[in-house]
Design a protein around this ligand. Structure first.
Ligand code: NAD
Ligand code: AHE
Ligand code: ZN
Length: 369
């Protein structure tokens, strides 16, 4: 079949909307009509050429929602007509990782997914006879996409696609980092670095679990109003504190934060995030994705004296199990997604969504098909 898609032909170049050829689903695979997709900073990171796994030409996009249109042989867990959210962290429920409650990082198809191909090693996308790669196992910047069955969370049919697509990455990553990775307790203090599409959902999660202090840190004062609306109690602009940012945050939180979250992808900030944590017990969670070759550093004494450094992918969520519940939270009015979707555009304008992100305007752009 044919599908309209925004293709990343080369690193650092705008996406091009073209008509691709798409092969139907093979055994264990599913054809999904993508109804809406968010644009996450990770898409921009890969497009920039800084992602060691970024291979081109590819169909990027990993924050989608859609409808199952066809299932391949042997598919049992979803059916034609089901509403689904594609999962870049699949959940096979049988691999060593899925069977270990300490991780959500299902490894069943991780190798081929990172190579931009389906589990059988081939791509379903092509353009003028040339292979086009998949991305993160999802490729939601295509109107139709093929995914393994284990990479789909079935969601309720009354959830609006143009809102719950955001659950496919940003919402789950932010809420999950608080609830599943940090397991933050009521009455805790926290510092959130980066008040973008991820950081605001971390704040939303902290408010939900009853944090008593939520400090937001961002270079862009334009982010303050939204962050306050979501529960930020104090704002700190690093530009106002120079070399003393960490000292200021430790003082502001009465000796250091119980939890901090790095939602930027900057290794210098990751160090600050660890070092503003409370001696003896503070935990810092790295969410941001740093470029290839970047490394984190700190004095080991920071860890010897009881601070903890953690990382979180997809908020520690197990997609098929946890995503339907997060969609329910939205549908029941317990979390706000609508305010965070600040721009909606057709596929033809997808590059404008990337421009808005780079200009620091809005929070999340969503493409509707
Ligand atoms: P975004 O562009 O919406 O937000 C980034 C924010 O950081 C912006 O508000 C920006 O002003 C701020 N910022 C930039 N540099 C700063 C600095 N030095 N100090 C303070 N603030 C600064 O991006 P996003 O979509 O929220 O993604 C954030 C990061 O999270 C990216 O690195 C993305 O790749 C990563 N991410 C990780 C996961 C995961 O599972 N681990 C999931 C989604 C996104
Ligand atoms: N390919 C990148 C890694 C990017 C990365 O860390 N991705 C996160 C999700 S970001 C979503 O916006 C993730 O899930 N990581 C776990 C994994 O297995 O990729 C690189 O730098 O190599
Ligand atoms: Zn993402």
């Amino acid at each position: 079949m044919k599908t309209r898609a925004a293709v990343a032909f080369e690193a650092g170049k705008p996406l091009e909307v073209v008509e691709l050829d798409l092969e139907g689903p093979k055994a264990g695979e599913v054809l999904v009509e993508v109804m809406a997709t968010g644009i996450c900073h990770t898409d921009a990171y890969t497009l920039s050429g800084k992602d060691p796994e970024g291979a081109f030409p590819a169909v990027l996009g990993h924050e989608g929602a859609g409808i199952v249109r066809e299932v391949g042989p042997g598919v049992t867990d979803v059916a034609v007509g089901d509403h689904v959210i594609p999962l870049y962290t699949p959940e096979c429920r049988t691999c060593e990782y899925c069977l270990n409650p300490k991780t959500n990082l299902c490894q069943r198809i991780r190798t081929t997914q990172g190579q931009g191909v389906m589990p059988d090693g081939t791509s379903r996308f092509s353009y003028k006879g040339e292979k086009i790669l998949h991305y993160m196992g999802t490729s939601t910047f295509s109107n139709f996409t093929v995914l393994p069955e284990i990479s789909l969370a079935k969601i309720r049919p009354d959830a609006p696609f143009e809102k719950v697509c955001y659950v496919g990455c940003g919402v789950t990553t932010g809420l999950g980092a608080v609830m599943f990775t940090a397991k933050a307790e009521p009455n805790c203090t926290a510092v959130v670095f980066g008040l973008g599409g991820i950081g605001l959902n971390v704040i939303q999660g902290l408010k939900l679990i009853g944090a008593r202090q939520i400090v937001g840190v961002d270079l862009n004062p334009g982010k303050v109003e939204m962050a306050k609306r979501f529960g930020m109690t104090d704002f700190v602009n690093p530009k106002d504190h120079g070399e003393n940012l960490v000292g200021h945050l430790v003082e502001l939180t009465g000796g250091g934060a119980d939890y901090s979250f790095e939602c930027i992808g900057n290794v210098n900030v990751m160090r600050q995030a660890l070092e503003c944590c409370h001696k003896g017990w503070g935990t810092s969670v790295i969410i941001g994705v740093a470029p290839a070759g970047a490394e984190i550093s700190t004095r080991p004494f920071q860890l010897v004296t009881g601070r903890n450094w953690r990382g979180s992918a997809f908020g520690g969520a197990r997609g098929r199990t946890d995503v339907p519940g997060i969609v329910d939270m939205y549908m029941e009015g317990r979390i706000d997604i609508d305010s965070l979707i600040t721009d909606v555009m057709p596929l033809e304008d997808i590059n404008k969504g990337f421009d808005l992100m780079h200009e620091g305007k809005g929070v999340r752009s969503v493409v509707t098909y």
